[in-house]
Design a protein around this ligand. Structure first.
Ligand code: PDD
Length: 281
């Protein structure tokens, strides 16, 4: 395997960053994970838009032009011969002597890009059975709209989910509303067939997969409501699912100890999953 690290294509096993990289010391950086389907980056434009926004919010410069970034991503994918899988891109504020304040002007942002194959059958098999989620108190900062590499709360709740035999943990805010999962956006379908997901302005990452699913819903003329939903509503929902570049549309069949619907993936979620690549760019 090959990785791109600050201007070089290197063997993945030997790829390394400096010990004074601010990503390592302060989680002072951002990332993107994109799906690769048929050898191409899915929704590349939206991912690069979001990357630029995350960087702007943190006053980190783009490490290179958008066009150059897209080119390097493609090259990493090509060199790893990935047809189906993911590409990971990380930009940090760069390498400097440890000091909380921004490093001296001229410090270059650091860029790492990796890619690996993931067999589509793996996700499809999980989707046939559906997954469980647990609920946990929201304990992250308010700027989860920035796709920062500071993911400690997410790491802890995902581990907790795994230990509970679940796939995902849903953060629940102080008012009892689900914000999102540790690495996915959260959705339910009410008994009157309305798709519900939290508005992207409030307490969640604006998922690209979420956006594509909203486009599908509009295209298909399904009824939807962008509003927060409670854990109670989720437990009484007809269906539930999660979305991310890594999982696409993944049916949820259990929330905590409550079985959703008949305990099998619902027809909306399955349909949205199967049509996903017709709508993604
Ligand atoms: N996670 N919410 C959170 C907190 C996320 O980390 C992610 C993505 C999403 C979904 O966003 P998108 O549809 O653009 O993938 C929502 C990536 C996949 C990860 O951390 O691995």
């Amino acid at each position: 395997r090959i990785a791109y690290v600050n201007g070089r294509y290197v063997r993945h096993a030997e790829a390394a960053v400096h010990i004074e990289d601010r990503g390592y010391q302060f989680a002072d950086g951002v990332y993107e994970v994109c799906e690769i389907w048929r050898g191409k980056v899915v929704d590349e434009r939206r991912h690069l838009d979001r990357l630029e926004r995350s960087l702007r919010e943190l006053s980190i410069a783009m490490p290179m032009s958008r066009a150059a970034l897209a080119q390097v991503m493609r090259e990493v994918i090509r060199r790893n011969r990935v047809q189906s899988g993911i590409v990971y891109l990380q930009v940090t504020r760069g390498v400097a002597r440890r000091d909380h304040v921004f490093p001296p002007a001229g410090t270059k942002p650091a860029l790492v890009i990796t890619s690996r194959a993931v067999r589509p059958e793996v996700g499809d098999k999980a989707a046939e059975a559906g997954v469980g989620v647990i609920t946990v108190p929201e304990n992250r900062w308010e700027r989860v709209d920035i796709k920062s590499v500071g993911l400690l709360p997410n790491v802890l709740v995902k581990q907790k989910a795994k230990e509970a035999g679940a796939k995902e943990a849903w953060f629940v805010d102080a008012d009892g509303f689900v914000t999102e999962g540790g690495s996915t956006n959260a959705w339910i379908i009410t008994t009157d067939n309305t798709l519900v997901t939290r508005p992207a302005e409030h307490g969640i990452l604006a998922g690209i997969t979420r956006r594509v699913v909203l486009d599908m819903i509009e295209r298909e003329g399904l009824s939807f409501d962008e509003r927060p939903f409670t854990v109670e509503e989720a437990k009484n929902a007809k269906e539930a699912f999660i979305t991310a570049a890594t999982t696409l549309v993944m049916p949820v069949v259990k929330v905590d100890d409550t079985v959703i619907g008949n305990g099998h993936p619902g027809s909306f979620a399955s349909e949205l999953r199967s049509k996903f690549h017709e709508v993604s760019e």
